[in-house]
Design a protein around this ligand. Structure first.
Ligand code: MRU
Length: 357
């Protein structure tokens, strides 16, 4: 699918290199992470981002911290530091708890090696889950194309839920990559995803590298495109899904779901089951990250002299409010595409899924 992945093991297999996503699409640079502080900084500044990748990076961060302090106290303080980096994506908590359950019963001297082994396992598991999501999603897209009788399927996505947000394949983009590989003609509407532009910067970059036809559109144009009959389905990812099927994803997802419903367009969420938080009964229980308003009141990119710049939007003195995620109620979601298949979005579908895990 791609010659790259978002996080690779270094040659000693005891640390990782990440793609610094804050430099994309302008520069592709790898960054080695070798301390707890470096892991925490990379997650909180969004050098790595996307729910599954945040979780796997944090697992490696915890293992790295254990190399210098493998006591139970050291473990808990490293875990707390990593947990504090970003609040919404539940994969962070899930990955850290998974490492904890493997490592804490062991004697101190065995903990670091066991934690790395666990982190490597989570990485492999994510690749497998995303590939399966891709296969289930591909067959949905294939059926939809037949149903529409169109020459090309028009899929809309939001934010970046491609391989940059996972390890390989992605969640929402996995069905698109699998469809493209299978020769199913797909075109992707990529909404820019203000304020951090993950759509325009990252999704567009990924799709271009893969040769998948796409067009970047302003977030505000998406309702219009749906109303004009230019969208056959919407697929997005999820940062946390509640036990009733409410989906938390990048800010702006809810508006797309409302518009899809109003225009009878299928709206799918693609997610590994690690993104489901069984402790959240509904979306109202999910903590929504509010980021610095500077992200909203400025924009960064390359100028004509190929210099990377951050510029202010508008005059000085405006106040901003920058919630990073929103909740899409389950009744607006056509289905959840998971590594175990297509799940009905709602308490019944989720509880059937839970009993099969
Ligand atoms: O703030 P980000 O860039 O980490 O947000 C990412 C998203 O909202 C993705 O859509 C989500 O993590 C699903 S990714 C597989």
């Amino acid at each position: 699918m791609t010659d790259l992945c978002s996080l690779r093991l270094n040659s000693h297999r005891s640390g990782v290199d990440i793609i610094d996503q804050t430099l994309l699409p302008h520069r592709l640079e790898w960054l080695g992470l070798d301390s707890l502080e470096a892991y925490c900084e990379s997650i909180s500044t969004m050098r790595v981002r996307g729910a599954p990748l945040i979780g796997i990076t944090a697992a490696f961060g915890l293992a790295t911290a254990l190399l210098s302090d493998s006591t139970t106290g050291g473990f808990h303080s490293a875990k707390e530091a990593l947990l504090a980096t970003r609040p919404t994506a539940v994969n962070l908590q899930w990955a850290l708890e998974t490492v904890a359950s493997h490592v804490l019963p062991l004697e101190d001297s065995k903990r670091a090696a066991a934690a790395f082994e666990c982190a490597r396992f989570l990485r492999e598991q994510d690749i497998d889950s995303c590939s399966r999501i891709g296969e289930f999603g591909r067959s949905i897209l294939q059926d939809l194309l037949l149903d529409r009788g169109a020459e090309q399927l028009q899929v809309m996505t939001h934010c970046n839920a491609g391989w940059l947000a996972t390890i390989e394949w992605g969640t929402a983009l996995a069905p698109i990559y699998k469809a493209h590989e299978a020769g199913i003609p797909v075109h992707v509407w990529v909404s820019e995803t203000r304020p951090r532009n993950q759509g325009a910067f990252l999704t567009a970059w990924e799709l271009q590298r893969a040769g998948v036809p796409y067009t970047v559109v302003a977030d505000n144009s998406c309702g219009h495109l749906m109303q004009q009959g230019m969208v056959d389905c919407v697929i997005v990812g999820s940062d946390r899904t509640a036990a009733n099927g409410d989906v938390c994803n990048k800010i702006g997802t809810y508006l797309k779901a409302l518009s899809a419903k109003a225009n009878s367009i299928p709206f799918y969420t693609a997610l590994p089951t690690s993104t489901i938080d069984w402790c959240c009964n509904t979306g109202a229980d999910i903590p929504i990250e509010v980021r610095d308003s500077g992200e909203l009141l400025s924009i960064s990119g390359m100028d004509e002299a190929e210099t990377f710049r951050r510029v202010r939007l508008g005059g000085t003195g405006s106040r901003g409010h920058n919630p990073a995620f929103d909740i899409t109620p389950a009744e607006l979601v056509t289905g959840l595409i998971t590594e175990l298949g297509l799940i009905e979005a709602g308490s019944a579908g989720l509880s059937r899924l839970r009993s099969s895990l």
